[in-house]
Design a protein around this ligand. Sequence first.
Ligand SMILES: Nc1nc2c(ncn2[C@@H]2O[C@H](COP(=O)(O)OP(=O)(O)O)[C@@H](O)[C@H]2O)c(=O)[nH]1
Ligand SMILES: [Mg+2]
Length: 256
Amino acid sequence: MRYIYFIGTAGSGKSSMVQAYKEWLDNQGIDSIIVNLDPGTDFIPYEADVDIRDWINLGEVMKDYSLGPNGAQIVASDLMAVNTKEWVPAVKKMETNFALIDTPGQMELFAFRQSSTNLVEELGQEDGFLVFLSDPTLARTPNGFVSDMMLAAITQFRFSLPILNVLSKADLLTEEQLEGMGNWSRDPYALYNALTEREMSSQSVMSIEFLKAMENVGMYKELTPVSSEQGTGMEDIYNTIQQYFEGGEDLGRNVS
Ligand SMILES: Nc1nc2c(ncn2[C@@H]2O[C@H](COP(=O)(O)OP(=O)(O)O)[C@@H](O)[C@H]2O)c(=O)[nH]1
Ligand SMILES: [Mg+2]
């Protein structure tokens, strides 16, 4: 079984994409399951085959640890990652090709907790793949674009898994914006020009240095536009994952 982790900032569209991608796989006749690993969510737009909330209840965590909702979110995520023996077998016993994994709303609860890397190892380091969602509200300015690329790079660095960078909610962007951002993601000079187009601020100087660093470590990657709302870009996600696992293309495993 391959484990596809959908990761991105809060509200970037992870849960929606898990649902839309599952629907696309269903239509292709490809078997998959959905695993909800967000213990703190009160709503998910799909029916989860395995739901971490069956093991971890946010209300109980608040009570047991005398915490408010924010603290409880952190403890709940850690409990999930530490007590893998409880719920991982429920995932592993499923006979399917792909487990689509919805991760906590706030990405730092997953990407920046030490325990999450254990979770990925427990499920199988060799079978994991990251889909990193860039939110267009952040990524549509040149500086925001570089910031988001760095977030994706840090995420990959933390997990040491192959990664696909997708531009989420592409339906919210105009053709022109889509084309512009596509160019930035394919051509570092286009991004460089966009960063320096107006007057050089200290922020754009930093962005340029970050951009060079991203290029040097091989984290400068094409962004794949996807809309869960319209169901577009799903085939691109699938092809990239297939190519990685079956075609042997190196998308950056073992970067760290
Ligand atoms: N227009 C548009 N809105 C989207 C899309 N995907 C998600 N959203 C909206 O973005 C918000 C956050 O989505 P959600 O999937 O809950 O994000 P998560 O916090 O990353 O799981 C919701 O209001 C969704 O309806 C999309 O492809 N297009
Ligand atoms: Mg969500």
